[in-house]
Design a protein around this ligand. Structure first.
Ligand code: NAP
Length: 308
């Protein structure tokens, strides 16, 4: 007979790893399924300076590694598999991966979010050939070359500061004058000798030469003027979208396909919980994702106690 886990966690980012820690420590028989590398988006972040209790200067991959090791200590089983289907309605939930099937009494959806595309002409074609969504992965390719960053949120400004260690110059292209990013980040970028700003500006098109990005066509949204901007790399940080396609029609979502939960991280399906960036929430930080994971695991424990 197939083993029935008490909890199956889908996703190994901060929300999933924190849920694994709490579920394991609560002695729940727990499985965590992750398709890529553990740590989620934090694993592609250069530096995390706002997660309590960690050393200043800790890198995203280091923090992710610490989280995974801590969660493993308490007995959660980890597998690296690609989930292809979920059946959540019945009391026993079924998760199908490319390698097999897993049964669980509760499920925590912690699949996170992935970077959004801007939609300029050539963006998809030049991905990996000058267009990137991950500074820690690709910064090195642009050592001593001019780099552009698109966006005005925390990600754009923080990653621009990181990219300035590599590029000859970093230009932040943002569609308006105001920034969504925290003021201290904006101040640091403004004070940085290698960073400058192109505001009220949007990228319309990528210019390529022999299959590689060599420039951008940028339109000023106030004057309408379009200018050519030579650049070797453009990093896009215009927000994230939830990784939730597998759950459409199976749990309640908002119009952005974010899963709706209550404060206990319960979805509208009994025994199914959601945590972190995949759910409808206002603040998306490593610490809030980790908190969601903890709440979800404790809620699973409570649900299992009530169902027994
Ligand atoms: P975000 O806060 O949603 O900001 C997205 C930025 O991209 C905004 O400035 C937005 O402009 C711009 N944008 C959106 N669509 C665009 C388009 N089609 N063309 C041009 N520009 C576009 O996203 P984020 O910076 O990725 O941050 C996501 C979440 O993670 C936030 O909650 C953030 O606080 C958090 N985060 C925190 C940290 C940290 O604490 N250090 C680091 C990274 C991320 P408008 O402002 O005009 O809408």
């Amino acid at each position: 007979m197939t083993h029935i886990y008490e909890t199956i966690i889908l996703g190994g980012g901060p929300a999933g790893l924190s849920a694994a820690l709490y579920a394991g420590r609560g002695k729940l028989d727990t499985l965590l399924i992750e398709k890529g590398s553990f740590g989620g988006q934090v694993a592609t972040t250069y530096e995390v300076d706002n997660y309590p209790g960690t050393d200043i200067g800790i890198t995203g991959p280091q923090l992710a590694d610490k989280m995974r090791k801590q969660a493993e200590t308490f007995g959660t089983k980890f597998v690296k598999e690609d989930i292809v289907n979920v059946e959540l309605q019945d009391k026993i939930k079924k998760i199908t991966t490319t390698k097999g099937e897993y049964l669980g009494k509760t499920v925590i959806i912690a699949t996170g979010a992935s970077p959004k595309m801007v939609g300029f002409k050539g963006e998809a074609d030049l991905r990996g050939r000058g267009v990137s969504y991950c500074a820690t992965c690709d910064a090195d390719f642009f050592t001593d070359l001019p780099i552009a960053v698109i966006g005005g949120g925390d990600s754009a400004i923080q990653e621009a500061l990181y990219l300035a260690k590599f590029g000859s110059k970093v230009t932040i292209i943002h569609r308006r004058q105001g920034f969504r990013a925290a003021q201290y980040l904006v101040d640091r970028a403004k004070a940085h000798e290698k960073i400058d700003f192109l505001l009220d500006s949007v990228v319309e098109e990528a210019v390529e030469t022999e299959g590689l990005l060599t420039g951008l066509k940028i339109r000023n949204v106030v004057t309408g003027e379009v200018t050519d901007f030579p650049v070797d790399g453009v990093f896009v940080f215009v927000g994230y979208e939830p990784i939730s396609d597998l759950f459409v029609g199976k749990v309640k979502m908002n119009d952005f396909k974010e899963i709706i939960t209550d404060v206990y991280m319960r979805t509208d399906v009994p025994g199914v919980f959601a945590a972190g960036d995949v759910r409808e929430t206002t603040i998306r930080q490593v610490v809030t994702a980790a908190a969601d994971g903890a709440v979800a695991a404790i809620s699973c424990e409570k649900y299992l106690g009530e169902e027994a």
